[in-house]
Design a protein around this ligand. Sequence first.
Ligand SMILES: NC(=O)c1ccc[n+]([C@@H]2O[C@H](COP(=O)([O-])OP(=O)(O)OC[C@H]3O[C@@H](n4cnc5c(N)ncnc54)[C@H](O)[C@@H]3O)[C@@H](O)[C@H]2O)c1
Length: 304
Amino acid sequence: MGKVAIVTGGAKGIGASISYTLGKRGYSVVIADVDEEAGLYRLEQFHKENIDSLFVRTDVSSETDVKNLMDEVYKRYGRIDVLINNAGIGFSGRSIEEQTLEEWRKIIDTNLTGTWLCSKYVINYMKRNKERGGVIINIASTRALQSEPNTEPYSASKGGIVALTHSLAVSLSKYNIRVIAVSPGWIDTSRWQYPPKESRLTNLDHKQHLTRRVGIPEDISSIVLFLVSDEASWISGVNFVIDGGMTVRMIYLDENVIRDSLSILLDDEELSGLLIKLVEKAKSDKDSVKRLLNSLVRDRGDIY
Ligand SMILES: NC(=O)c1ccc[n+]([C@@H]2O[C@H](COP(=O)([O-])OP(=O)(O)OC[C@H]3O[C@@H](n4cnc5c(N)ncnc54)[C@H](O)[C@@H]3O)[C@@H](O)[C@H]2O)c1
């Protein structure tokens, strides 16, 4: 019997890609997701590709569901080697004055409490074979480390996951269980949605990354595959930021940012150079630049 991996939120997005990658490498994969329709669709896809897989409808924020998940998986396979705590929900982005306690609780319950609950209830099974032990991977986010405005519940849930990761790693080393966080940056999950969607990204989206492209779920699956393997047996308690370099790119708002943004957006050095000259001119003589732009817009009635 090969290794058994549970992937929460494994029906769609990054979780589906992780499930597929592990399944293709011989793991028996358990998709634990609240979305039954998507879960069954994914199961059918996996079975067609001879991936040994099981779907267990699970809401990770429900203690009853999580206990049932672990029991059912153990009953079916007699072992649990890997847990990927991936299930998560985002936040619509309203200001803190408008955020409700209900919204805050839903996000913390799903993202953070769900990770804690699944970890808590998998231990009993992972620790049964001390030599084999186990691996828990917690999918956090670069938003654990940096923020846009109005993201408090999501950022806090992900920051909590990073802290929970090192705390669990220290507590569970006695059972030979490694615990690692992976923090993705911007990942385009369109192809792994249910049903799959077309990507709608722009040049600007891609080129602002040091790697010149937005991430795809496979960028995360490949590091997860490595981290759960024996080759990574010396790694525990840390947080891997996988983000195409976005987090290390320090941005102060200055002319260089404007120049770079225009050049990426327009993909035309001459035009962006001219616009920068216009901005330079506007700094010392706003009125004449306004007159010039107004006359340009007026002459082009189709812009109005
Ligand atoms: N996509 C990104 O850019 C990105 C970036 C950083 C971190 N992440 C994190 O990666 C993880 C996956 O994100 P994604 O973009 O693939 O999202 P997604 O919405 O495409 O997939 C999330 C999956 O989790 C399931 N789910 C939601 N609530 C659940 C619950 N209570 N119980 C069980 N399953 C539940 C959904 O049904 C879905 O299948 C999340 O934790 C997310 O916060 C994503």
